[in-house]
Design a protein around this ligand. Structure first.
Ligand SMILES: [Zn+2]
Length: 191
């Protein structure tokens, strides 16, 4: 048995958004390639046995499904239970009352860490605090720990890009309306 390292939600998001194919396809940056796990997770990466890039993509994609289901209003339980079932983490109560998780030799510590972090989050805060960015060319997963719980973007970059695009759209609509009014007046004068 080996202890499942504790993964913070920020680390879950870094891993999922870097290795899952769908957010990378949305950003159209797959051609940039993929960094080593150590460059994504920092010191935490060394606590996992080496994974092939294919295994990282698969684990990230399966975790991404939880965010996708939350985003589309579906029940996250099937995707999260599938992640748990594949990793098979077992809870263990320590003498201090703390719960740690372990996997057997046939288990997958990385998947287990993802599954346990998501299980903790959904249990404590609810699946409606998970989602996907609605930004332009972005489908990154995010976790909303704000008081209001109304988050729609993965971060300030996407939020600002949305605001700029919305401003330009309104400005273009205004110009279009003004041009139409001018044309209407023009037609009126001729008749
Ligand atoms: Zn985004």
């Amino acid at each position: 048995m080996s202890v499942v390292p504790r993964m913070e939600m920020d680390q879950v998001l870094d891993l999922v958004n870097h290795y899952a194919p769908r957010p990378r396809a949305a950003a159209q940056d797959e051609s940039k390639g993929y960094r080593e796990l150590g460059a994504v997770l920092g010191d935490l990466a060394s606590t996992f046995p080496a994974s092939s890039e294919g295994a990282l993509h698969a684990a990230a994609e399966d975790a991404y499904q939880v965010f996708l289901d939350a985003h589309t209003g579906h029940d996250v339980a099937p995707a999260l239970n599938a992640l748990l079932a594949a990793a098979r983490p077992t809870p263990r109560l320590g003498p201090d009352g703390a719960v740690t998780w372990e996997v057997g030799d046939d288990g997958d510590p990385l998947r287990a860490a993802l599954a346990v972090a998501l299980l903790d989050w959904v249990h404590a805060r609810g699946a409606d605090r998970l989602g996907l960015c609605e930004g332009i060319r972005c489908a990154d997963a995010f976790a909303d720990s704000s008081a209001a719980g109304q988050r729609k973007y993965c971060g300030t970059v996407c939020l600002n890009r949305h605001k700029v695009a919305a401003y330009r759209r309104r400005a273009a609509e205004k110009k279009h309306d003004e041009n139409e009014k001018k044309q209407d007046r023009g037609v009126g004068e001729k008749s």
